[in-house]
Design a protein around this ligand. Structure first.
Ligand SMILES: O=C(O)CCC(=O)C(=O)O
Ligand SMILES: [Fe+2]
Length: 509
């Protein structure tokens, strides 16, 4: 964080960080981060902390200092919010010294997961300490399993979510993230993206742990793999049947004509699907969508832009779905953008490209590409955003600003995950989907590789590589480790569209 103006410290002192947050976050990030202080009176902040309501809007805005202090006191060993993410990204080894002081808890947890993935400490690795402390495990878990995280919040203003945030997040993540459901995507085996599956022998280099997490290794029969979704969690076929197809809960809604909560109205309209398969997850991409031209998509998602003002023949090619991997879910949506849109996006990004940074270290040697954030107001950007929202079934405000990326020959993005630490879901939600839209064909190289899946996808112009970053219960899916392989010849342009579990608010607007 840094200041761009000499007056920042003064402005922060007179309260501009709160009064004028958009400007101040941008220009005076440093001063504002130092001025994280309570603006509500102490009694109110102490009460909010005591009641464990630091995630409530009022506390986020007005009791920052008290809540931060309380949070730190509870985080016994991790001192940074992103620790688990960095730990899963290999930083406990590659950045050992720093991580040992700042992220000891996550590193230790991760090591225990390496030895015993199904152990209790490992299962707990994603918990948010503050949330857990005020969650009455027995009562909350039982209520969450009954579906009350969602059922109650309409009537009593999210009481369950406030009292039982941890159980709700773990047992019914969609309740905490207010996501909507979509049916499964159609399997279309006739597709034509070039996908290379590496020889399975590579698994030996990946190590047993990743094999345990489901990589397809020849020596590990599927029966020997732990079932990652065998816990009684939302959407688990083996688990307790949960919303939205739980009869007992559904009944409560049948009396009401129109739910006052918009996202729930959509949710109620979703068809009831009887098969266990359809119940697997609330976070499946729009899997049963037929192959249709963009122009045939409903309203906003269809908004087509072309040079002539109307779509050309080529633009009317249907969006086709190619399944690459069922678990984790990876697919390519062909013809996801038009040629005109792709060119426009490259043009728009052009003047804004700068050396890419990663969440943690800014520009670093993990990523040598350039990137640019695209303003959502542009009609092409907006059309593509609507389309992403439509296809994944999440509301558009869950999308991060689109990010253009550019790789010259030799530039790369080393293996990484796109998801964040689960604790972040209390603010902005975690990343659930990655849409990587290829804007051009690359002369040679430039694949997106998934080392733990032994898959690499060759960029095909106008198609979107889409994968679920998290397991169906909302926990990060380590198998989604991926990399941008350097182009050998030609420039690679792509767009990242990340979809979060919640509306983006804090820190983004
Ligand atoms: O360029 C690629 O193929 C991958 C890009 C990527 O993973 C990212 O930007 O997060
Ligand atoms: Fe990525």
């Amino acid at each position: 964080a840094r200041d761009n103006d000499a007056n920042c410290a003064h402005w922060a002192e007179i309260g501009e960080c709160d009064k004028n947050p958009k400007f101040m976050q941008k220009e005076c990030a440093k001063s504002c981060s130092m001025s994280e202080r309570d603006t509500a009176d102490q009694a109110e902040c102490s009460r909010l902390v005591k009641e464990g309501r630091c995630h409530a809007d009022v506390a986020l805005v007005r009791c920052r200092a008290s809540c931060y202090t309380a949070l730190k006191a509870n985080l016994t060993e991790d001192l940074e919010g992103n620790c688990f993410y960095w730990a899963t990204d290999g930083e406990c080894e590659s950045n050992r010294e720093w991580m040992a002081t700042s992220c000891r808890r996550s590193c230790e947890l991760l090591r225990s997961c390496g030895v015993a993935p199904e152990s209790k400490p490992c299962a707990r690795s994603f918990e948010c300490p503050l949330a857990r402390d005020r969650d009455d495990a027995d009562k909350c878990a039982a209520a969450a399993r009954r579906g009350e995280c969602r059922a109650r919040d309409i009537w009593t203003g999210q009481v369950m979510l406030e009292r039982c945030p941890y159980s709700c997040a773990i047992l019914d993540p969609a309740s905490a993230s207010k996501t909507v459901t979509r049916p499964k995507m159609k399997h279309a085996p006739h597709m034509d993206a070039r996908v290379r599956r590496h020889r399975p022998s590579r698994c030996h280099h990946i190590g047993l742990r990743h094999a345990l997490l489901g990589a397809q290794c020849p020596n590990v029969p599927p029966s020997a793999l732990p079932n990652l979704t065998s816990q009684p969690r939302l959407g688990s076929a083996e688990g307790v049947p949960m919303l939205p197809y739980d009869d007992a809960v559904d009944e409560r809604y049948t009396g009401a004509d129109l739910d006052p909560v918009p996202w729930r109205r959509r949710w109620r309209r979703c068809p009831r699907v009887a098969s266990a398969h359809a119940r697997l997850t609330p976070r499946v991409l729009h899997d049963e969508l037929p192959d249709v031209p963009l122009s045939a998509l409903p309203s906003k998602a269809a908004k087509l832009t072309s040079a002539a003002g109307r779509p050309s023949e080529a633009d009317l090619r249907p969006v086709r779905v190619q399944m690459i991997s069922e678990s984790p879910r990876v697919r390519v949506l062909h013809n996801f953008v038009t040629e005109y849109e792709a060119q426009k996006l490259i043009e728009l990004a052009g003047p804004h490209f700068h050396r890419s940074s990663t969440a943690r270290a800014g520009a670093d040697d993990k990523r040598t590409s350039n990137s640019a954030t695209l303003a959502s107001g542009d009609p092409v950007v907006s059309a593509v955003r609507h389309r992403i929202a439509f296809y994944c079934g999440y509301p558009e405000p869950n999308l991060e600003p689109l990010q253009a990326v550019r790789y010259h020959p030799g530039e790369f993005y080393k293996p990484h995950h796109d998801y964040y630490n689960a604790c972040e879901t209390w603010m902005n939600g975690n990343r659930h989907f990655t849409f990587l839209i290829y804007l051009n064909d690359v002369d040679e190289g430039g694949e997106t590789g998934f080392p733990r899946l032994n898959i690499s996808v060759t960029p095909t112009a106008y198609s979107a590589l889409v994968f679920n970053d998290v397991l169906d219960n909302g926990e990060p899916d380590e198998r989604t480790l991926h990399e941008g392989v350097p182009p050998a010849r030609g420039i690679k342009y792509a767009i990242n569209g990340w979809v979060r579990s919640k509306h983006l608010g804090f820190g983004y607007q």
